[in-house]
Design a protein around this ligand. Structure first.
Ligand SMILES: [Zn+2]
Length: 373
C-alpha cells in the first residue's frame, strides 16, 4: 500500500500531494555534473539528496526510472552564451583530448558517489550521444517560429515565446527586468534580444568539439540536452525534475521554454530543487575558492578541518538538514554528526543482534558492513 507523500513543487511554490502520472511508475530526471573537474561537497549534497529521494520512492513501492545525465559538451563558462566550453578549455589547458577530460572526471564522479553509497541511476545519458536528437528539437522550434538563425548559430526567441507563455514562472524572474539588466553585455550582437539563449553555436575552426548541422559545424547549447534526454527516456511530460537551486535560472527556465515551445505542454509535474551548502554563511563554490572536495574531508586534509571523517559521517551530516534548507559546513558540525552517526549505528547493532536471533535480517547490507567497521 503506497503512503501519501507531499513534495514542495518549485513551480507552484506549494507542498503538493505526490501523484505520479502513471502509477506505480515514476520518472525522475536530475541534472548531472559537467565533467571538467572534481565534484565538491556542495555538488555531492545535491546528489545525496536525490539518492535519498530515489530510495524513498522505491521504498514506497514505486517503480522509478531515474535519469541523471553527464554534461560533456555545450556548458560555456558563463550563462549568457559567451566564453569557452568548459570541457574544451580544460582539454586545451592539459593538452589532452576532450573525451579524455570527460572520461577522467566521469570516472572520478562515479568513484566519489560509490564511496558515499549512492545508487546508480537507471540511465546515465551523455549529451554528445544525443546530438542528432538535439538538432531535431532545434528544427522543430524553428518550424514553430520560436528559434532563429544568425550567422550559423541558432537562438531561442524568448520575447516571441513570451507572447503566449510565461517565461520566468519557475524562477520568478520578470522578463522586462531581465531585458533591462542584460542590455549592456558585449559579444551578444547575434541575438535579437539579450535574453535569448543559444540552441546551437557555430564553432570557430580551432574549436575542438564540433558536429555537422543544417546551420553550421558547431555544438548544441547547454539547456537543450536536458530537454532532449528527459523527453527521450521519460516522455514529453514526466513526474520529477531535480537539480541544485542554482540551476533554476536560466537552465531549468529554458528547459521549460524549449519543451513547451515544441510539445505545447508542461514537461514536468514536480520541480524539486536542493539548497546550497555554505561555509561560514557563504555559498560553497569553485569560483569563491571556499570549496572542499569529498576526498579532502575523508583524508582530513584541508585548513578548515582538524581531523578526518568517514564518508558515512559526511553522508549523515548532509542528511541532517532538509534538502530545501541551507546547510553550513564546519569542523564542529562534522564532529557532532560523527557522534550522531555512531549513536545510530550502535542502535542498529543492537537491532541486528535481536533480528538475528529472530532469524530475520532484512537490513541493508552496506549499512551492516558499516556496523562491522
Ligand atoms: Zn540539466
Amino acid at each position: 500500500m503506497l503512503k501519501d507523500l507531499r513534495v514542495y513543487n518549485t513551480l507552484s511554490r506549494n507542498k503538493e500531494l505526490f501523484e505520479p502520472l502513471h502509477p506505480p511508475f515514476v520518472g525522475m530526471y536530475v541534472c548531472g555534473p559537467t565533467v571538467y573537474g572534481d565534484i565538491h561537497l556542495g555538488n555531492l549534497r545535491t546528489f545525496i539528496s536525490f539518492d535519498v529521494i530515489y530510495r524513498y520512492l522505491m521504498y514506497l513501492g514505486y517503480k522509478v526510472r531515474y535519469i541523471r545525465n553527464i554534461t560533456d559538451v555545450g556548458h560555456l563558462e558563463n550563462d549568457s552564451d559567451d566564453g569557452e566550453d568548459k570541457i574544451a578549455r580544460k582539454a586545451k589547458l592539459e593538452n589532452i583530448e576532450p573525451m579524455e577530460v570527460v572520461q577522467r572526471y566521469t570516472n572520478g564522479f562515479h568513484r566519489e558517489l560509490d564511496k558515499f553509497n549512492l545508487l546508480s541511476p537507471s540511465i546515465e545519458p551523455y549529451a554528445t550521444g544525443h546530438i542528432q536528437e538535439q538538432i531535431q528539437m532545434i528544427k522543430e522550434l524553428m518550424d514553430k517560429g520560436l528559434a532563429y538563425e544568425t550567422e550559423g548559430s541558432v537562438y531561442f526567441d524568448v520575447k516571441k515565446y513570451s507572447k503566449d507563455h510565461h517565461y520566468g514562472k519557475l524562477s520568478g524572474r520578470v522578463l522586462d527586468e531581465l531585458i533591462t539588466s542584460e542590455r549592456n553585455l558585449s559579444g551578444q550582437e547575434q541575438k535579437k534580444n539579450q535574453v535569448d539563449f543559444a540552441l546551437w553555436k557555430k564553432a570557430e575552426p580551432e574549436h575542438i568539439m564540433q558536429w555537422d548541422s543544417p546551420w553550421s559545424r558547431g555544438f548544441p547549447g547547454w539547456h537543450l540536452e536536458c530537454s532532449v534526454m528527459s523527453t527521450k527516456y521519460l516522455g514529453q511530460t514526466f513526474d520529477i525534475h531535480g537539480g541544485g537551486l542554482d540551476l533554476q535560472f536560466p537552465h531549468h527556465e529554458c528547459e521549460i521554454a524549449q519543451a513547451v515551445g515544441v510539445y505545447e505542454k508542461e514537461p514536468v509535474k514536480y520541480w524539486i530543487h536542493t539548497n546550497m551548502l555554505t561555509v561560514n554563511g557563504q555559498k560553497m563554490s569553485k569560483s569563491l575558492g571556499n570549496f572542499l572536495l569529498p576526498e579532502q574531508i575523508v583524508a582530513g586534509d584541508h585548513p578548515l578541518l582538524k581531523q578526518a571523517f568517514s564518508p558515512m559521517t559526511i553522508r549523515f551530516f548532509v542528511l541532517q538538514a532538509h534538502y530545501r534548507s541551507t546547510l553550513d559546513f564546519s569542523n564542529e558540525a562534522l564532529v557532532a554528526s560523527r557522534k550522531g552517526y555512531l549513536k545510530l549505528i550502535n542502535g542498529l547493532k543492537t537491532i541486528k543482534s535481536i533480528t538475528y536471533q529472530a532469524g530475520d535480517n532484512p537490513l541493508n547490507k552496506k549499512v551492516l558492513q558499516q556496523v562491522e567497521q
